[in-house]
Design a protein. Structure first.
Length: 512
């Protein structure tokens, strides 16, 4: 029976950070349980611009969405099955969460996670975070930036991480190496340089399916304690990997709650209905499912677009429509490709050459839920994001406003001369109701599920972890990934997940 000081379940964004930091101490042994293969030497993974080829492929767990009466029921949520997790799979857009994002967490009960204490963790990150290189700045993306600044009156931003912002347009910061377009993912930055550490064991293509828990220590009134995890190797061999100190669950916002539920940790009634023995009644597991939904408006361009790019969505726009808002309340990615996967389902045709703007909801009001439909760990959980179900219709109205702003930018030079025609929704679609119906039916995800094991105060019955990331009512186990987010940051969340990993490592004594 293999035994280590710490067992990290998931070699993804946060898990890579934690394993690296803990093994800086040569006297500490760490096992990383990773369901996918290594990314070492894999150009299909390590080359950033090839990210779209990973969607739905062999390295994607590819989770479906339940029926969404108010939105798009065909959304597939990519979750990476490879070392580095989603940082080996995504576009590596690198935003430090805004101060108000962290302060919102503290207000929600995550004591010690406010903007002032969290600032230090960004400086510790090992990733190479740089603005999109000048050589990768496509001419049409440059003209989008100029047109947005002229049309909307927002400031141009050169380096979104230099200072907090409410509005702005510019090229993103990315975690990449511009000279060869290679990723600076969590695995590249935190694991690749240290793979020869004798105290670091990475078990690849090894799937964790149930936690091992000892009963409560009744003699001292203690809690049940996590002592390890049951895993299945690529060859089908089943093992129990045990932890002398702690088990660290870093499997992401889908697979962390999934693992807890199959281990008997979650809402008692739901577990009993599936015949799963209840170990710990914890009603918040799987609740508070968050995402950044966005829609798309597509134009055909008058001919091909120049080839240079970092990852085909290199620039973006933030708008604050409500001057009282503490953060941007509308965001756009500018895609240098016609992004028509969902519109084609409604009968639209992909143009030979085109671009897209994707209005995105930084602070969505809708909340969803993840739950099991079977006691069989092989059966994927149900993801019901409940898109556009907020009572005040804020989410849908945000997308309608976004389409109108996108059209205003498209009419403005120097972008306007590139655009031949609006493909979808099409210039004839103008009313609020029609725009809302279109925006919701073609809505997609930018793969930011979060919140399903949210952090909160000790007296918060729906909080799954406390501010030290410990699962409430259990000993010897913490969660560190996007599932602990109490609320959604208003920016792309990857850097926030890396910072969660750095803070978790510090809580464990694994970094200075």
């Amino acid at each position: 029976m293999p035994e280590y000081d710490y067992v990290v379940i998931g070699g993804g964004t946060a898990g890579s950070v934690i394993a690296s930091r803990l093994t800086e101490n040569p006297d500490v042994t760490v096992a990383v349980i990773e369901g996918g293969p290594s990314d070492v030497g894999r150009d299909d993974v390590l080359t950033l611009r090839r990210w779209m080829g990973l969607l739905g492929g062999e390295l994607d767990y590819d989770y479906p969405t339940t029926e969404q009466p108010q939105g798009n029921s065909h959304i597939r949520h990519s979750r990476a099955r490879v070392l580095g997790g989603c940082s080996s799979h995504n576009t590596l857009i690198a935003f430090k969460p805004l101060p108000s994002d962290w302060d919102e967490w503290e207000t929600a009960g995550a004591k010690g996670w406010g903007a002032v204490p969290m600032e230090a963790y960004f400086a510790r990150l090992r990733n190479n975070i740089v603005p999109v290189d000048e050589a990768d700045r496509n001419a049409i993306a440059r003209d989008f930036v100029d047109a947005a600044q002229a049309a909307i009156g927002v400031p141009r931003v050169e380096g979104f991480n230099k200072k907090p912002f409410h509005e702005g347009v510019g090229f993103f910061d990315l975690a990449y190496h511009p000279e060869n377009n290679k990723r600076s993912s969590a695995s590249v930055a935190y694991l690749h340089p240290f793979l020869d550490r004798p105290n670091l064991h990475i078990a690849l293509e090894t799937w964790a399916y149930r936690l091992e828990l000892d009963g409560p220590r009744t003699f001292d009134g203690g809690n049940p304690r996590a002592t390890g995890v049951h895993v299945r190797t690529k060859d089908g061999e089943e093992q129990l990997v045990t932890a002398r100190r702690e088990v660290l669950v870093c499997a992401g916002a889908v697979d962390s709650p999934r693992l807890l539920l199959h281990s008997g940790i979650g809402p008692k009634a739901d577990l009993e209905a599936l015949g799963i023995p209840v170990v710990h009644d914890l009603p918040g597991v799987g609740e508070n499912l968050l995402d950044h939904p966005e829609s798309v408006i597509v134009w055909e361009t008058d001919g091909p677009i120049p080839e240079n790019s970092a990852m085909d969505s290199d620039a973006g726009l933030f708008v604050r429509r409500d001057p009282r808002a503490r953060t941007p309340d509308l965001m756009f990615h500018f895609y240098q490709i016609p992004f028509t996967d969902n519109p084609e389902r409604l009968g639209y045709e992909r143009p030979p050459h085109g671009v897209s703007m994707t209005p995105n909801i930084p602070k969505p009001h809708s909340r969803g839920r993840l739950y099991l439909t079977s006691a069989d760990p092989e059966v994927k959980p149900a993801l019901d994001f409940r898109y556009f179900t907020d009572e005040d219709d804020y989410d849908a109205r945000t997308l309608v406003d976004g389409i109108r702003i996108a059209r205003e930018i498209a009419r403005t030079e120097p972008l306007a001369h590139w655009l031949k025609r609006e493909v979808c929704p099409g210039p004839e679609v103008t009313g609020d109701e029609a725009l809302s119906e279109y925006a919701r039916k073609v809505a997609h995800t930018v793969y930011h599920p979060a919140g399903t094991c949210r952090m909160g105060a000790q007296d918060d019955e729906l909080a799954v972890v406390d501010p030290e990331l410990r699962i409430r009512g259990l000993d010897g186990i913490r969660i560190a990934d996007a599932s602990v987010f109490p609320t959604m940051p208003s920016v792309n969340p990857m850097i926030g997940v890396l910072m969660v990993g750095e803070k978790c490592a510090e809580l464990l004594g694994g970094t200075a």
